[in-house]
Design a binder for this molecule. Structure first.
Ligand code: GLA
Length: 376
C-alpha cells in the first residue's frame, strides 16, 4: 500500500492477547472470570492522513491491507477487516470526530489459538483512535463498543471477558471480574516456582463460532425452564445446583450438562481466587483439571487435541494442573509447570503430540501483563 512508503507514525499502541486462568463461558452467563493479558500483542501505528474520510489499514504480519471510507462502512467478505469495520461502525454511533487515518498492524499473537487476537485488534484500534482524535471515550466504553463490534460485524455473540482483559489487565495479576455488575478486583498471581506454559494445539475448528452461539442459546433454554419455578432468575449466575437438579428431565441431559458446568465453573472461579490468595498451589492445579473435565464432558467445547495434551500432563508431577483456555475447540492448553521441569515436560509433550497428530506443538511461556497502552 502506498502510505507505507512515507509513513511517519504519530502514535503507537500495544494491545495484548489474554489467557483465562479459569471461568470459561461464564461471562455471557453473567458469572465470574479470572483472565489476564499476556505479553504477546498487536502493535498499531497510526498517522492522520488529512483526508476527510479515507482510511488505509495494513497488516505487516500478513502483508495485506485495505482502504475504507468512513462514510460508507459495511461488512466485508474478508474476516479480519470486519473487526476494524465493526469498531469504526460502533465509534461512529458515538462521535463524528474520527477523520482519515493510516494504520499498520503487526502481531506476535497467534490467531485462532484461544488467546483473543480478535479483542486485541478491536481494542487496540479503539484505543488508538480515541487518542489520535481526542474522542474522550472511557476505557469501559472502548471495551463495550469492541464487544458489540464483534456481535454485529463478526457474528460471535461473545461475552465481555476478552475485551475487558485486553484493556484493563495489570502486570502480575489476574482480574476477578463479575460479569453481572462489572465490578472487578486484581488478584496477585504468584505461583512461584511454577510458570505458565502454553501449548498451542494449532487447531482451531471451524465450528467454534457457530457452536459458541449454540452454547449461549442452550444456557438461555436452561434459564427459561428454571424461571418457571424461580421467576427471580435472570441468568445462570442466579442458579445453584439444588435449583437446577429437579429440572433435569424437563430440560434434557444436554441442557442440564451445560447449565451444571456453568454453575460449577462460577464456584471454581471463586475457589481459585481464594486458593491464589492463600497460595494453595495444589488446589490451584486441581481446579484447572476439574474445569477441563467439565469443558470436555459437560460443555463439550474441547477437542481430541486439547484433551490429549491435558491428559498427557497428568503423568507429570511437575505439572500442577492444565486445561484448555479460551472459547474452545482447540487453541492453547494452559499448564502450570515447575520451573525446573519445563524443558523435560514440553519436549516430551511435543514428541507425543507429533506422534499422535502429526502436528508440531508450539510452546511458550506467558506472564500476567498490563492492558492496552500507548507506547509512543
Ligand atoms: C471467547 C469469548 C469470550 C468467552 C470465552 C469463553 O473467548 O470471546 O467472551 O465467552 O470465549 O470463556
Amino acid at each position: 500500500m502506498e502510505f507505507i512508503e512515507d509513513f511517519t507514525p504519530e502514535l503507537t499502541v500495544k494491545s495484548p492477547g489474554r489467557i483465562n486462568l479459569i471461568g470459561e463461558h461464564t461471562d455471557y452467563n453473567l458469572g465470574y472470570v479470572l483472565p489476564t493479558a499476556i505479553e504477546n500483542q498487536i502493535t498499531f501505528r497510526f498517522q492522520r492522513n488529512n483526508s476527510v474520510s479515507t482510511c488505509n489499514l495494513y497488516s505487516l504480519t500478513y502483508d495485506t491491507g485495505f482502504t475504507l471510507d468512513l462514510n460508507m462502512i459495511s461488512k466485508s467478505e474478508v474476516e479480519w477487516e470486519n473487526y476494524i469495520l465493526g469498531v469504526l461502525n460502533e465509534i461512529s454511533k458515538l462521535t463524528d470526530r474520527v477523520k482519515g487515518f493510516d494504520c499498520t498492524v503487526e502481531s506476535n499473537l497467534p490467531t485462532g489459538s484461544g488467546l483473543s487476537s480478535s479483542a486485541a485488534l478491536e481494542c487496540g484500534l479503539a484505543y488508538g483512535l480515541n487518542e489520535l482524535f481526542g474522542l474522550g471515550l472511557s476505557k469501559m466504553s472502548m471495551v463495550k463498543l469492541s464487544q458489540i463490534a464483534e456481535h454485529t460485524y463478526v457474528g460471535t455473540q461473545c461475552g465481555i471477558m476478552d475485551q475487558f482483559a485486553s484493556v484493563m489487565s495489570k502486570e502480575g495479576h489476574v482480574i476477578l471480574l463479575d460479569c453481572k455488575s462489572l465490578e472487578y478486583d486484581y488478584v496477585p498471581m504468584d505461583i512461584r516456582p511454577y510458570k505458565i506454559i502454553l501449548l498451542n494445539t494449532k487447531v482451531s475448528h471451524n465450528l467454534a463460532s457457530s457452536e459458541y452461539n449454540t452454547r449461549k442459546q442452550e444456557c438461555q433454554k436452561g434459564v427459561d425452564v428454571i424461571r418457571k419455578k424461580h421467576p427471580q432468575v435472570n441468568s445462570l449466575r442466579d442458579v445453584t445446583l439444588d435449583m437446577l437438579r429437579p429440572h433435569k428431565n424437563e430440560m434434557g441431559q444436554t441442557i442440564f450438562n451445560r447449565c451444571s458446568f456453568i454453575v460449577e465453573e462460577n464456584r471454581r472461579v471463586l475457589a481459585m481466587t481464594q486458593a491464589l490468595k492463600s497460595s494453595k498451589l495444589e488446589e490451584v492445579g486441581d481446579l484447572l483439571y476439574e474445569a477441563h473435565d467439565g469443558i470436555s464432558k459437560l460443555y463439550e467445547v474441547s477437542c481430541p487435541e486439547s484433551d490429549f495434551l491435558v491428559n498427557f500432563s497428568k503423568d507429570y508431577d511437575a505439572v500442577l494442573g492444565a486445561r484448555q483456555t479460551g472459547g474452545g475447540f482447540g487453541g492453547c492448553t494452559l499448564n502450570l509447570v515447575h520451573e525446573t521441569a519445563i524443558d523435560d515436560f514440553t519436549t516430551a509433550a511435543a514428541k507425543a503430540y507429533k506422534d499422535a497428530f502429526a502436528i508440531d506443538l508450539e510452546v511458550f511461556e506467558v506472564r500476567p501483563s498490563g492492558g492496552t497502552r500507548i507506547v509512543g
